[in-house]
Design a protein around this ligand. Structure first.
Ligand code: AHR
Length: 502
């Protein structure tokens, strides 16, 4: 049987905030050092940034970039990373049991952002620090001049303020692993005090409070509710983090991971709105899904979490090498975010280079695209505009974790200027092609521009140092047609599809 849905411009989810295509740079493993920053690399520019990596990041199309952590930020002193490099201290990074050289810091990050065209999303340390350091960092970063810290920034070489608008109030403070982990009451009070002080400098900031580190946290939902009870009027977004992996060989459930993502989003939205109702507030809290990805965190062979050597500098950590299957699940996670674009205003693919990342590098060697690079680049390029309300009717398949799940996962985005529509669709079925029929109403579309597919006879295929271009999207077999207002296509088994119509 075919999967079907209707597209109609009168039925929409909402506009896509470009920051839905954000990413994340943490001082973790080789994300910064030998990832984006490697003075001495043949491609390095005069400030030590790898231009081969910059080029790939531009192609990926990332928008907001979160920095400097992650778990790292909860022990970080931002002052260590500014000023003359030879005066910067080497310190223990407790979060990742590594040594931090501080050769890359705020100014280097801002230079990097200018070169890739991204917007900063800075996290403040609410683990070992608090209100005072957050406002000092804000003054250093954003105040035009005439104070000790803003003049210090100028003396360090950046006369113009950085104008950072989007700030995370700590990271995963609900997690027992977090340095300075807190109860919801403690964190709610600290986030409120920090937000108030930061807004005294600039009321126009956009602030993100920490939500749960995952839907399976024992404190999930109660955490959000208590935290927001404290800081509802002071913040704009609540964060969500989610990672998925195939466990115990249960690929069918892994392919349905986005069922969890969508229920997680809907549960957080319900919790936010419940608190808003209790507070009789007219304000709506949105979502910053500031960490999401496939991550084999329970597989030490694929994802080394503790450096083999104590306190190593830039050790190889979390360097997952993604398969075609992973990329299909990854694409489905992107679809889940787009399907909730009315409330998800920021999302960050965790992370950007080497660490659970779409781009891999070798020190002194090449940089290349992982399988997950392609769905992200395509969604960022063609997923701008308004999300149409897609309600598929689809054949189901059985999963161990989520019960019966539709084989089709899909969304569609309309470019308001040109009227062009792009359908993003995943066939979760491992063995059968899935016929798709989309009825187009009132969209004035006449032809299929492209049907691009990411799928492979070997679902385990990956891009590696030896074979960096093994996996790429390909054109679908002929047969994707738009006639009489109906789009017909066949989705290959276990595939990510981008169908562009105009
Ligand atoms: O992205 C890797 C880690 O995952 C981050 O440091 C942390 O916030 C999360 O647990």
């Amino acid at each position: 049987a075919a999967a079907r849905f209707v597209l109609d411009p009168d039925f929409t989810v909402g506009p896509v905030d470009p920051r839905l295509f954000g990413s994340f740079v943490e001082h973790l493993g080789r994300c910064v050092y030998t990832g984006i920053y490697e003075p001495g690399h043949p491609s390095a520019d005069d400030r030590g940034l790898r231009t081969d990596v910059l080029e790939l990041i531009r192609e990926l199309g990332v928008t907001a970039i979160r920095y400097p952590g992650g778990n790292f930020v909860s022990g970080y002193r931002w002052e260590d990373g500014v000023g003359p490099k030879d005066k910067r201290p080497r310190r223990l990074d407790l979060a990742w049991r590594s040594t931090e050289s501080n050769q890359f810091g705020l100014a280097e990050f801002m230079d990097f952002l200018r070169k890739v065209g991204g917007e900063p999303m800075m996290a403040v340390n609410l683990g070992t620090r608090g209100v005072e350091d957050a406002v000092r960092l804000l003054e250093y970063a954003n105040h035009p001049g005439g104070t000790e810290l803003s003049d210090l920034r100028a003396a360090h070489g950046d006369r113009d303020p950085y104008g950072v608008r989007l700030w995370c109030l700590g990271n995963e403070m609900d997690g027992f692993w977090q340095i300075g982990h807190k109860s919801a009451e403690e964190y709610g009070a600290l986030a409120t005090a920090t937000a108030r002080a930061m807004r005294m400098i600039d009321p126009g900031l956009e602030l993100v409070a920490c939500g749960s580190s995952g839907q399976s946290m024992p404190t999930f939902a109660a955490w959000e509710s208590t935290v927001l009870q404290h800081c509802y009027e002071e913040v704009d977004h609540i964060s969500m983090h989610a990672y998925y992996e195939e466990l115990d060989g249960d690929r069918d459930s892994f392919l349905a991971s986005a069922v969890d993502t969508e229920s997680f989003i809907e549960n957080v939205v319900a919790t936010c709105d419940h608190v808003g109702a209790r507070l009789k507030s007219k304000k709506r809290i949105n979502i910053s899904f500031d960490e999401w990805n496939v991550w084999y965190m329970n597989n030490p062979e694929s994802s080394v979490m503790v450096p083999p050597e104590d306190w190593a500098e830039a050790p190889r950590l979390l360097e997952d090498n993604y398969s075609v299957t992973d990329a299909v699940v990854f694409g489905s996670l992107l679809i889940a975010l787009l399907r909730h674009a009315d409330r998800v205003k920021v999302a960050c693919l965790a992370q950007l280079v080497n660490v659970i990342a779409p781009i891999l590098t070798e020190p002194g060697g090449p940089a290349w695209r992982q399988t997950t690079f392609f769905p992200f680049a395509q969604a960022s390029r063609y997923g701008r505009g308004t999300v149409l309300d897609v309600r598929p009717e689809s054949p189901l398949y059985r999963t161990g974790k989520y019960g019966e799940v539709p084989l089709l996962h899909a969304t569609a985005v309309r470019d308001e200027d040109s009227g062009a529509v792009t359908v993003f669709a995943v066939n979760r079925g491992q063995h059968q092609p899935l016929p798709l029929e989309v009825t187009l109403r009132g969209l004035g579309l006449g032809e299929v521009v492209e049907h691009s597919v990411l799928a492979d006879a070997d679902p385990e295929a990956r891009n590696t140092l030896r074979e960096p271009e093994r996996v790429r999207p390909h054109a679908a077999a002929p047969g994707t047609v738009l006639t009489g207002g109906v789009l017909r296509a066949t989705l290959e088994p276990l595939s990510w599809n981008v169908i562009r119509l105009r």
